[in-house]
Structures are given as structure tokens and as C-alpha cells.
Design a protein around this ligand. Sequence first.
Ligand SMILES: NC(=O)c1ccc[n+]([C@@H]2O[C@H](COP(=O)([O-])OP(=O)(O)OC[C@H]3O[C@@H](n4cnc5c(N)ncnc54)[C@H](O)[C@@H]3O)[C@@H](O)[C@H]2O)c1
Ligand SMILES: [Zn+2]
Ligand SMILES: [Zn+2]
Length: 344
Amino acid sequence: MRAVVFTAEGQLSLEERPKPTPGYKEILIETAAVGICGTDTHVFDGEFEGTVFPLVPGHEATGTIVALGDGVNSGVFDFKVGDHVAINPSTTCGECEFCLNGHQNLCRFWNGLGVVASDGASQEYFTAPAGNVYKLKPETDLYQAALIEPLACAIRGWDVLPRRIGDHVLVYGAGTMGLLMAQLATRAGAASVSIVDLNPDRLAVAEECGIELRYTSADDADREKWDVVIDCTGNLRAIEDALTRVKPAGFFQDFGVAPADGTAKFSPFRVYRDEISIVGTMAVLNSFGRAVEMFEAGAINAEAMISHSFILDDYEEALELFRRGSGRKLQIRPNDTESRVLIP
Ligand SMILES: NC(=O)c1ccc[n+]([C@@H]2O[C@H](COP(=O)([O-])OP(=O)(O)OC[C@H]3O[C@@H](n4cnc5c(N)ncnc54)[C@H](O)[C@@H]3O)[C@@H](O)[C@H]2O)c1
Ligand SMILES: [Zn+2]
Ligand SMILES: [Zn+2]
């Protein structure tokens, strides 16, 4: 079988490898789709903490079960060959202070499939621990369902925000994550959802996803302050601007991943005087199962969010397109026969 391998920082190759065999309580999956996101570029560039090369990238995956390792169905699981599944890529040690206190996403030995030290899904077949595998309904679109992993991150984001009916919510960035946070805002009871992006093409996608108020600058909005302001850009200037837009008693969420050594200016006086809360959110915590349910209930417009699919041969092209900010969500489909433009 074929696999994309990040062989070293900034280097990749397409390799022929033996099909993996599932170990104890592991499942072998034929890959349907795997989304590309900023994490993949960080891993490729050697900027992700702890990555061990060589590594097969890809952590936003779905597929079909082709084999079960020993012991998979001896406990709570009920998997069979042919099941359609989505995969939670996070594995944790279960022993450190953070695991033991219910913050497994902050595990000191956190390992993401395709991110740290275990191979991911940019290959024809991959294995995952049974506890990370989530069964999908047979009628669920397996390609679109690769959005379940980012949706699980977005649900975690909302878990640490207030969900008060009637709040006004402002999201910076209409990429995959901003669009998911904004679509969930409606579900969380927002009275209005505004979204800001410098790129008008991205705002057009937001419109397709039902986000009513869209701006290239928050200055153009008909309100000055919002109850909840969420940064989904990771851009320091956007974060600085976003912090000034929070209403007294409101929340700012740092969802985007800023450069590790970046610093942003804000007014500590205002944080004190107006009781502003600043909250972070990191990946998935107890939110993957809910993401499966929300996705299958149609909580997001997945069709509008995925613009391109690539075969393994075109992985590098996909990474380049992502870096240019072109298209919408880009996917790798390792078992497809050709790369496709789904939305021009
Ligand atoms: N916290 C988490 O758990 C988590 C999970 C996944 C992704 N992320 C992070 O979320 C961020 C967004 O991810 P994505 O996949 O949507 O990325 P993306 O690149 O697709 O989208 C970012 C959007 O922000 C816009 N943008 C950039 N600078 C801006 C500015 N100054 N003002 C307004 N808009 C601006 C871009 O035009 C783009 O549309 C990234 O930083 C990513 O690393 C965080
Ligand atoms: Zn991702
Ligand atoms: Zn741990």
C-alpha cells in the first residue's frame, strides 16, 4: 500500500509500505478521507512540539473497518468489518496529573495520530486504538464526515464558553474552525452571529453556512461590543482587535493558534474594570462522541465547507494550496483514483 511520509522537517515522500496489521485492541481502517489543516503544516515544518520523524501525517480521518485486532470486542465495543468510522486522533497516558484530573487534552504525554509519534491517515490503510474509533451511520457521507474531528475541537471550544440564550457572538476568521464555531453559536443560543475575515471568498462560504452578519472589519458592524468574541485566525493583530470588542462581563476565546513566541497587546485595566474573561481551548476533550451526533444531525453545512480532494500523489500540491489560503477545507482521499475540484 502507499503512504505519504514526512521523512524529516520540510521533507516528504510517497512510499510503498506493507499494509499495517492491527495489534491488541486495535482496528485496521481503509482510509476514506483525511482533512488537511494548519497542524499538518506545523508538523511538516518541524514546529509541532514532540513530532518524531518519519511520520505519516493526517489526523482528521474517516474510513471503513477492514480488520479487528485481538480483544477489540471483548468489552464495551461492538465493531465489525465494513463499519464506517471516524477517528479521534488523540491518545493520552492516563497516568499524569492532567489525565488524572480530567484534562486529558493537556496530557504531558499527549500523542496525536499523524501529529506526534503514531502514524496518521494519509495512507491507504491505518490502525487506531479501538477506543478512538467511532461508528457512523451507513448513510453518513464518509468524505464529509472527516469534518467531525475539527467539529469535536469546536465543541470543546464551546464547552469552556458560556452558552447564554440571547448573547451576541463575534468570530474572527471564516476558515474551517471559524465557520464551525459560528455555526455552533446558533445552536448555543446566540441572538446574533457575526463573522470577520479579510478574505471575501471566505465570507461567501460563511453566507452559504448561514452566518447572517459578515464583515471584512468589525468596524463595519452595527454594534460595537459583543458578549462572546472568538479568535479563529491565530493572527496577533486580529487577537488584539478582538479583545477590544468584548462587552463588559463578556468572554474572549483564544481558539486560533498564534505563533509560540508571539505576544499581543491588551488593556489589563479593561479586563479588571469590565470583568472580561479570557479563555483558551486545546483540541478535543470528551467531545468526539457529541461531534459525531451533531454532525449526523446536520448541525453544520459540510457540503459547503469542502472544496478539493487530492490523491496521495498530489499531497504536496494540497499542502501548497492550503498555505496560500486557497479553497475551503482540503482533503486527501488515499483510495480515490484522481484529485478533484468539488467547489471551484
Ligand atoms: N484550539 C484548537 O483546538 C484548534 C483546533 C484546530 C485549529 N485551531 C487553530 O484555529 C485557527 C483556524 O484554523 P482554520 O483551519 O480555520 O484556518 P484557516 O487558515 O482555514 O482560516 C483562518 C482564517 O482567518 C482569516 N484571517 C487571517 N488573518 C486575519 C485577520 N487579521 N483578520 C481577519 N481574518 C483573518 C483568513 O483569511 C482565514 O480565512 C488556526 O490557527 C488553527 O491552528 C485551533
Ligand atoms: Zn486538524
Ligand atoms: Zn497523561
